[in-house]
Design a protein around this ligand. Sequence first.
Ligand SMILES: NC(=O)c1ccc[n+]([C@@H]2O[C@H](COP(=O)([O-])OP(=O)(O)OC[C@H]3O[C@@H](n4cnc5c(N)ncnc54)[C@H](O)[C@@H]3O)[C@@H](O)[C@H]2O)c1
Length: 347
Amino acid sequence: MTRVVLVGAGAMGRAWLSAIAENPGVELAGVVDLDLDAARRAAPGLPTGTDVVSVAARAGADAVINVTVPAAHHAVTTAALFAGFPVLGEKPVADTVARALSLTAAAEAGGRLFMVSQSRRWNPQLFTLRDMTAGLGPIATVGTEFFRAPHFGGFREEMAQPLLVDMAIHAFDSARFLLGADPVQVSCQTWNPSWSWFAGDACAAAVFEMTGGARYVYHGSWCAPGPESSWNGSWRVVGQEGTALWDGDHDPVGPSVPAVEAPSGIAGALSVFVEALRTGETPMGEVHGNVLSLAMVEAAVRSSAEGRPVMIDDVLSQAHSEALRDETRPEVRKVLQGWTDVRAALG
Ligand SMILES: NC(=O)c1ccc[n+]([C@@H]2O[C@H](COP(=O)([O-])OP(=O)(O)OC[C@H]3O[C@@H](n4cnc5c(N)ncnc54)[C@H](O)[C@@H]3O)[C@@H](O)[C@H]2O)c1
């Protein structure tokens, strides 16, 4: 039985409480939130508090699940790792690539597993599309169209780049997974139509050059009234040998491939995390493998702001300098200093 402490009892925290309850190998040991009443409501009778390290110690936890707001990911996860707890954290890995690199180095320095739950990657239909993609020969283009009209209220309607920062990271991460390739550079424009109910740019169009030469093209809007795409977006993969299509909700259409069994959603990420703790093997989603998905977001935001293509390696090397400048833990700083090539350090 793996005993976990959940940090962050907000909207997504409630979804994680259900995933924990439904996994017979996982037991909730305590809940942490700055809002103590929210923590108590989430875990009547269990240890609660506002500090992850003291609650996890008191609860005798084996691991921590971090579902706080992105700005708190770095502090909460670093504290848990250095107190000896492996961490499963919600996307995004951190609020900036610099802090994502610091967390990656913290996982190396502390020797504890830090896995990011990028939940839309854990989708059996996406795994099938990946297998179809592998059968299409050299790939020219992968495209995602994402068009919805949600009224969230709250922070998303106030952010400068709500679509790119809060949502597109899922699609960017899925594109890396599909192609087995990483981003090289991006050209991106973002804009906000006159009828938008978002303060920031709710529309984006981005073209990424990927390693191997394929282009990944993302086109989306969060203020698109009318027929909506899937929350996963709608996908087209074009290769030398043909095309594969996925509407985001049903089985993809393309070359025939064997049926795929794959973990699904946050419940899937939780089962993969627990299995990795048991076996000691490195799971998909381990922090090193996730950082480039956040780098795609940060590079796209920068490209839009500066009106020019942005190289991913420039984003990484600037983030590395910032991480070194801001690092307060000597053992993390030492790991960061050892990285002469950030992309190589991420594997
Ligand atoms: N995978 C998905 O599809 C998906 C969907 C929604 C949200 N998310 C992610 O889940 C995370 C949480 O989002 P949410 O919608 O639940 O936000 P939320 O604001 O509803 O909840 C966050 C909670 O964290 C608490 N918190 C903030 N800082 C803390 C700290 N330092 N220590 C302890 N608690 C702290 C807040 O008090 C709040 O209760 C975000 O990273 C978000 O991107 C993922």
